[in-house]
Design a binder for this molecule. Structure first.
Ligand code: PLP
Length: 310
């Protein structure tokens, strides 16, 4: 998936070693449409199919780092089968939503499923690779001795804890709450005057187009001002962004951590209004300081892992 349409650096960006080892050909999202029922900016499967027929790839990769919609593995599988390609699903972002049953699972559909363990899966920084027995030996030896030196045993132990947590019934509720919180936060951001890329969200993520809120406000400036107000998020390109990846016209927000802290729809409304207030008053240091103190109060009321504080 094109980097500037939500794909990840490791999927063949010229800046990534992956582009030196393989020749990637990127697909993107459909154009934005002025239609609330079909707003566009979703994966363009016609394009995926056309490129696959033309290029006859060895491997088709699904997965993204800035895409707020469900990624259905089935159309990718069909396209891969039609051209005799292997199919890898990089579930880095939705892994926890998949484990918690809130998103469709690519396991058993894709030949290889990769994921990071520290995003919605809520474990330690790291990753994991799933595949069938047919590819296991090749992948194992590509990891070690192909790429890795010594294993990080403490991280392996922490992954086991995360997997056990994700297998509990409570994790299903967590995954559902992450998605509900993102939907509420997204709607509240729209009420503040921001446009959401693709018109909404199905996952833990909201990709905001700042231009409807203020055409002069860049992602970089918004990120920096919000950081001073105690609100952490990152600038992000939006599809076909007229600004550079260092400046950008967008912001990327996520609800995984707030949900862990126990925040719900009411807090999502508060967060959207704090973001709107900060960005409207971005030249006013007193306003930024006032928001910072409200953010501190909100966070103090929702300590993550409160059981550990007892
Ligand atoms: C789609 C996707 N793949 C992979 C990764 C992880 O890449 P790396 O292990 O190089 O940090 C991320 C995010 O960190 C991601 O969003």
């Amino acid at each position: 998936m094109r980097l500037d349409h939500g794909g990840h650096l490791t999927h063949g960006s010229p800046a990534s070693i992956t582009s030196k080892v393989w020749r990637f050909v990127a697909y993107g999202v459909t154009p934005a449409r002025d239609d609330a029922d079909a707003p566009g900016e979703v994966i363009d499967f016609d394009q995926v199919a056309d490129l696959a027929k033309r290029e006859l790839p060895a491997l088709i990769v699904a997965g993204s780092t800035a895409y707020a919609r469900t990624i259905d593995p089935l159309p990718f599988r069909e396209i891969a089968d039609a051209v005799g390609a292997l199919f890898m699903f990089d579930a880095a972002h939705p892994a926890g939503l998949i484990a918690g049953g809130a998103h469709p699972s690519p396991v058993g559909v894709a030949d290889v499923v990769t994921f990071t363990t520290h995003k919605t899966l809520r474990g330690p920084r790291g990753g994991a690779i799933l595949c069938g027995a047919d590819l296991a030996k090749k992948i194992d030896s590509a990891v070690f001795p192909g790429l890795q030196g010594g294993p990080l045993e403490h991280i392996i132990a922490a992954k086991a804890v995360a997997f056990a947590e994700a297998a509990r019934p409570e994790f299903r509720q967590y995954a559902a709450d992450v998605v509900t919180n993102a939907a509420v936060l997204g709607a509240a951001m729209m009420a503040e005057g921001f446009r959401l890329v693709s018109g909404g969200t199905d996952n833990h993520m909201i990709l905001v187009d700042l231009r409807t809120f203020d055409p002069d406000l860049t992602g970089r400036e918004a990120q920096e001002v919000l950081d001073r107000a105690g609100i952490t998020l990152n600038r992000n390109t939006i599809p076909d962004d007229p600004r550079s990846p260092f400046v950008t016209s967008g912001l990327r927000l996520g609800t995984a951590a707030e949900t862990t802290a126990g925040m719900g729809p009411g807090e999502m409304q508060i967060i959207a209004s704090l973001i709107g207030r900060t960005l409207r008053a971005r030249a006013d240091e007193a306003q930024i300081a006032a928001v910072r103190s409200e953010v501190a109060d909100l966070c103090a009321a929702f300590p993550p892992y409160p059981d550990l504080l007892k």
